[in-house]
Each structure stands twice: as structure tokens, then as C-alpha cells.
Design a protein around this ligand. Structure first.
Ligand SMILES: [Zn+2]
Length: 384
């Protein structure tokens, strides 16, 4: 039996109908997938989050032997609140060759194709492992324990294909991400007594400017990694909250920032340098006025970059299946860097365009779904 486009579209409809915005549980979707696989004789292993409200799913289709290929995708989607959607985000609607719905492009179409093809995977000589994660959109939080379970319980795969939307281009490298929160504690005083207080707001402004200087330095002097747009590590402050009234020298101000790093210039050195700057330059004068004042920085989320490797079996496989001979690099973070860190050759290649990911009226074209279907079919052939 061969899966038709209509089977893939029906599967996509089912997957999109589960509201798996990262803050919600993904268990209904996982149960559905587990049931679908069970009906085709495939067992699933669930790897739960600490609080049990979410789960990763691992399933091996075909013989349990080494040398298989992992198809990896996340089950969570980004929020829809505050976005002007034309139709219900959790119902797939087709309009002029496009399938609209939250997650159609990022990245439930990739998963829908893999699941719809399971009935065609009977003749596999090497396995296809399905790896569905949770909480990718909020910092790849589910993938580390998924990977741990994979290494511990499955025969070692030869390659990992992460199906993030790349319009079926083969992506050999992505940037890493670190999300940080800095909290400045000042010393309160009446705003007419500036010599008696330490303003948390002013100190935060100074620190933000310092980060901006670090960012400009990188834009100017590198290090650079060709193929990325932009080709250097970026540092960006996204939110600031501080102060309570205009006539009070503020006691607290916090800001969140992220570092999106090329593999040659990771976030560790930036964070270490920033803490050193706080310790040696910023805090001593603060403490002379307010002994309890200071700056703390916490790493909230981290996912490593996927570094380009000249000889990577995952890239060679994806290029063959996609019939392309060039590779690209993307600035967004993904789970492929985590797989690579675990020693598994990894690549990103999936249907849909990143331009439509996270957008209101997110869509994937039928043409991209067809291309993704062709790619995964050729993978089945290659492993059969
Ligand atoms: Zn994604």
C-alpha cells in the first residue's frame, strides 16, 4: 500500500488539531501517534518531562540493528495569541495550493509525512527511528533526555535528519542559542538624593550598552563563519523591566538577552567576560553606596550550534535523497546541534519555508509537502 498525498494531508490535519503550544501538554498528540504506530505493529518508547505533562516519543520502524536513520521533529508549536489569523489556527485550511494552520510548516508536515509512510516501511533492512520531542520552541528542553534514551536503548543510528523547514535545502550548520537573564539590584533612595542611592535602571542601561558594544565588536572584527546571515555571533537584549516610580531610585531592574553563536564563538566566553566586567568594573562602586547591591546573570536556556563538518554521512545521505550537491547554513537554533554533541552525524532538511514559521497564517505549500514526501520515500528505498 502506498501513502497518497491525501493520507499525508489527513495526518497533517490530525496533528495540527492538537493545540501543542509549548506551554501546553503534548500528551494527547503523543498518545495519538503511539496508537497510530501500534496499529502498524510499531512500539513506542515515551520519555517524559519531570512533571509528567509532556513526553518525547521514540519508535523504531524496521529491524533493531545499527546503521539506521533518525527522522527527528518537535511536536510543540509557538503561540498564536496577538497574531491576526484569517482562519482557526488549529484547523488546516487549503487556499490556492497552500495549507494554513499553526505548525503546518514548523514542523508537523514533516512528522505527518513520516507517520503516513509507516505502512510503506515494511521492507526496511535498516531501521528508521522516529524521534518526536517536546519544548523545542522554548530552548530545546525535551531533546537532551530523548537523545540520552536513544543512545541508551536503540542500536546506534548512522545519521539524524532534523526536518525543520528548509524548503528541502540541505543545511549543514546552524547557530547555537543561549538565553540569559540579568538582574540588577540597586539601593533605593528619594530621587532627589542621587548620591545616596544606586539606580538599578541606570546600571542596567550601562550593562545593556556594554553588551551592545560586544555585539558591534563581533560584527566588525568577527570571528566570522561564512554562509551564515549574519556571519558572526549576535548578542541581543529583548526585554527590560525596572523601577517603580519616577521619584524613586530604582531597586531592581532585569533584562533578558540572547546570544546566537557560530560554533567558533560560543556563549561561554561571552558570559564569563560579562560576569568579570560586572565583578571588577560595575559592582565595586555600587557596593560602596549600597552593600547589598549587585548584578547576577543566569543562563536560562542553552542549545549548541551545529558545526559544519566536511565529512558528515548525514549530509551525504540528505544530498543524495534531495538530489542536490550544495549545502547551506541557517541562523536559527535547532536540535541538530544536540544530536551532533552526542556524537551522531546530523543534518537539517525538511519541507516548508522558515519565512512562514512562527507567522500568523502560517502555511506550507502542497508542492513542499510533495517534495518532502518524495524525499522520505527515497529514504525508505535507500534503507530497504
Ligand atoms: Zn521548528
Amino acid at each position: 500500500m502506498s501513502a497518497r498525498m491525501s493520507d499525508v494531508l489527513a495526518m497533517l490535519e490530525r496533528l495540527v488539531a492538537f493545540d501543542t503550544i509549548s506551554r501546553n501538554s503534548n500528551l494527547d498528540l503523543i498518545d495519538f501517534v503511539k496508537g497510530w504506530l501500534a496499529r502498524h505493529g510499531v512500539e513506542s518508547l515515551l520519555v517524559q518531562s519531570d512533571d509528567g505533562t509532556k513526553a518525547n516519543l521514540l519508535a523504531t520502524v524496521g529491524p533493531a540493528v545499527p546503521g539506521g536513520v533518525v527522522l527527528s521533529g518537535h511536536t510543540d508549536v509557538v503561540p498564536v495569541e496577538g497574531q491576526p489569523w484569517t482562519s482557526d489556527p488549529f484547523r488546516v485550511v487549503e487556499r490556492s495550493g497552500r495549507l494554513y494552520g499553526r505548525g503546518t510548516c514548523d514542523m508537523k508536515a514533516f512528522l505527518a509525512i513520516a507517520l503516513a509512510l509507516v505502512p510503506e516501511m515494511r521492507g526496511l533492512k535498516r531501521p528508521i527511528h522516529l524521534a518526536l520531542s517536546y519544548d523545542e520552541e522554548i530552548g530545546c528542553r525535551g531533546a537532551p533526555r530523548l537523545i540520552e534514551a536513544m543512545l541508551g536503548q536503540l542500536p546506534r543510528p548512522a545519521a539524524v535528519i532534523v526536518g525543520e523547514p528548509t524548503e528541502m535545502r540541505v543545511i549543514s550548520a546552524h547557530k547555537g542559542i543561549a538565553v540569559l537573564r540579568t538582574v540588577v539590584t540597586g539601593h533605593e533612595a528619594h530621587s532627589s538624593q542621587t548620591h545616596r542611592g544606586v539606580s538599578a535602571v541606570t546600571t542596567a542601561a550601562r550593562l545593556i550598552t556594554h553588551l551592545d558594544d560586544l555585539a558591534r565588536q563581533r560584527a566588525q572584527d568577527g570571528p566570522f563563519s561564512d554562509g551564515f546571515e549574519p556571519p558572526y555571533t549576535t548578542i541581543h537584549v529583548g526585554t527590560v523591566h525596572g523601577g517603580t516610580a519616577v521619584n524613586i531610585i530604582s531597586r531592581e531592574c532585569s533584562f533578558q538577552w540572547d546570544v546566537r553563536s557560530i560554533s567558533e564563538d560560543g556563549p561561554e566566553a561571552i558570559l564569563e567576560g560579562f560576569r568579570e566586567y560586572c565583578r571588577t568594573v560595575v559592582e565595586p562602586p555600587m557596593r560602596r553606596i549600597g552593600p547589598g547591591s549587585g548584578v547576577t546573570t543566569e543562563l536560562l536556556v542553552e542549545a549548541p550550534a551545529l558545526a559544519h563538518e566536511d565529512h558528515n554521512p548525514a549530509i551525504e545521505l540528505a544530498c543524495r535523497l534531495a538530489a542536490v550537491d550544495t549545502t547551506g547554513r541557517v541562523p536559527f537554533a535547532a536540535e541538530a546541534g544536540l544530536f551532533q554533541r552526542a556524537g551522531l552525524p546530523s543534518v537539517i532538511c525538511g519541507p516548508g519555508s522558515i519565512d512562514q514559521a512562527h507567522q500568523p497564517d502560517e502555511f506550507i505549500t502542497l508542492e513542499q509537502v510533495r517534495a518532502g514526501l518524495g524525499f522520505q520515500r527515497r529514504l525508505i528505498d535507500a534503507l530497504s
